[in-house]
Design a protein around this ligand. Structure first.
Ligand code: ISL
Length: 531
């Protein structure tokens, strides 16, 4: 039933495969590296993994350019390594979900190579979105769509036709009206489901379907990346027929017991968002409102309320995320130095107090900051396509520091790493933080333990308390956990109760006789018994 599905209150941990752990010494993380570190994930206390793409790929977009969705890239290991990882993860009680990238393939995929050799309107071209150009000799792109990574979304091939790519030129968009394309995704899903994966994270799950006539977008739509903003006409994303694709995928999932999918949905409108979570579509959708909100109590509360509103369907669960491989790390996003760190710690307690599903991004539990990498180290296509204006997403993708005194701090069995790990990260390693009760890692471990074990963390609905400006407090109706957040600089009174955990130092453990929440801090409380 909906009540006992494993993902209902699950904490997922996103493993950014190239940056988690390298077992071969080539400086790139791999599947055996992950397997060797499963003990750490057990210690941390997460329930499920999301592995980013490890499929054969030229790595134009770090693996989101998939050349063969039913195989493992040599860099990351073999299918046997994958099977061994899944088996071992399951022994640890961890579920394993993997990325599906159905909107596009790599230009190195044999389909696209065949399409380039074939004439216009051939069956080979019909797997992608090839069109004639506009203007006298077809020298203008077929429409005004821009790529999320910058520049036009169209590239011209030798015979003069153009192909669509919402992302990099090396990521041609598939034609989802083509049954062959639909069939191929089902084959890919079955391939991995048969190998025992517990579910999928679906890349740009609001993107696949395009209107057949490919009408121009409102130019302002180009300003918001993959995010669909209400009132701005953007036919690139969230077309109604995308729901047929999710229904199809759901049928495949439902033919295996206990499997799920979470879609990456950059949609602000709650009604449009909710449609993806109908009973025969996705089980979960990423809601990015919390992630895109500043450290401001009113706005955070608004983001929480909208996120809850967007999942009113039967069985649907809210999801929360503060970070992933596409956005700046929260420690750097929320402010400089101690302030950013204090705020990131506070937000971790807010997120983990909420009902539903939480997604952690590897390294956030270590409080890793964004790294300002030298120009020559940058790999993200966003850097090139923006004409070296946007530094792209590499800063949040730097490999994890595990142990020792020297970069790359145990990330690799060798001395290299595909992005340089800062020399001054010795204080941020897993090893150092495990020994420090006040570290970010200790905070996450304790928070996850309480969330798992205490009955107060139940109840789907929130009750909001009146609170001073810059603050909020909510209580989970049901279990009764209170979470209070102070985004102002000055201390505020706390509701009466027993403090379970706080993101920073607090004077009293029992606030029944009065207690204060310092600025930039969050706390979890159990309400004082009413008598
Ligand atoms: O990072 C962004 C812009 O630079 C986002 O808008 C991002 O492109 C969007 O979230 C879609 O992301 C997903 O698909 C992309 C891939 O590059 C991202 O890593 C992935 O998460 C294309 O496959």
């Amino acid at each position: 039933t909906d009540e006992d599905v494993w993902w209902r209150n699950c904490v997922f941990y996103q493993v950014y495969v190239p940056s988690f752990a390298d077992s071969t010494g080539d400086g790139i993380g791999d599947l055996r590296g992950i397997r060797a570190r499963l003990g750490y994930l057990e210690l941390l206390g997460v329930d499920a993994l999301w592995l980013t793409p490890f499929y054969p790929s030229p790595m134009a977009d770090n693996g989101y350019d998939v050349a063969d969705p039913r195989a493992v890239d040599d860099r990351f290991g073999t299918l046997d390594d994958f099977d061994a990882l899944v088996a071992e993860a399951h022994r640890y009680g961890l579920k394993v979900t993997i990325d599906l990238v159905p909107n596009h393939t790599s230009s190195a995929h044999h389909w696209f190579q065949e399409a380039l050799q074939a004439p216009p309107h051939s069956a080979e071209r019909e797997r992608y979105l090839f069109r004639d150009g506009r203007g006298p000799n077809g020298t203008e792109p077929p429409n005004n769509w821009t790529s999320v990574f910058g520049g036009p979304a169209w590239t011209r091939v030798a015979d003069g036709q153009w192909y669509l790519h919402l992302f990099d030129t090396e990521q041609p968009d598939l034609n989802w009206a083509n049954p062959e394309v639909q069939d191929d995704l089902q084959q890919t899903m079955r391939f991995w489901l048969d190998r025992g994966v517990d579910g999928f994270r679906i890349d740009v799950a609001h993107a696949m379907a395009k209107p057949p006539d490919l009408p121009d977008m409102e130019p302002a739509a180009g300003d918001s990346g993959a995010l669909v903003v209400p009132g701005v006409y953007d036919p690139r994303f969230d077309n109604d027929s995308v729901h047929d694709i999710h229904r199809m995928a759901r049928k495949v999932l439902d033919s295996y017991p206990g499997r799920m999918a979470v879609g990456e949905l950059w949609i602000l409108d709650d009604e449009r968002f909710a449609k993806y979570l109908r009973a025969d579509e996705l089980q979960l959708g990423f809601n990015f409102r919390l992630l895109t909100t500043d450290f401001d109590a009113n706005r955070i509360r608004e983001a929480i309320e909208h996120s809850l509103d967007a999942v009113r369907g039967p069985g649907a669960q809210p999801t929360w995320t503060l970070a992933n491989h596409d956005v700046g790390r929260q420690v750097s996003r929320y402010g400089d130095g101690w302030r950013g760190l204090a705020r990131a710690r506070a937000m971790a307690l807010v997120m983990l107090a909420l009902p539903g599903v939480a997604f952690l991004y590897n390294g956030e539990e270590l409080g890793l900051p964004d790294v300002h990498l030298p120009d020559e180290a940058l790999r993200d296509p966003v850097w090139e396509r923006s004409g070296h204006v946007d530094r792209g997403r590499d800063g949040c993708r730097v490999p994890l520091p595990w142990e020792g005194e020297q970069a790359p701090f145990g990330f690799s069995t060798g001395t290299r790493s595909w992005l340089p790990v800062p020399e001054d990260w010795a204080g941020l390693t897993v090893e150092t933080q495990l020994e420090d009760a006040d570290s970010v890692l200790s905070l996450y471990r304790r928070a996850l333990e309480l969330r798992r074990e205490r009955p107060e963390f139940s109840g789907e609905e929130l009750e909001w308390y009146g609170a001073p400006p810059g603050c909020f407090a909510f209580r989970r109706k049901g279990g009764g956990l209170i979470c209070a957040l102070n985004t102002s600089a000055a201390p505020v009174p706390l509701p009466p109760g027993e403090i379970l955990l706080s993101s920073g130092p607090i004077d009293s453990a029992d606030t029944s006789g009065g207690g204060e929440l310092p600025g930039e801090t969050a706390a979890w409380l159990i309400p004082a018994a009413e008598d």
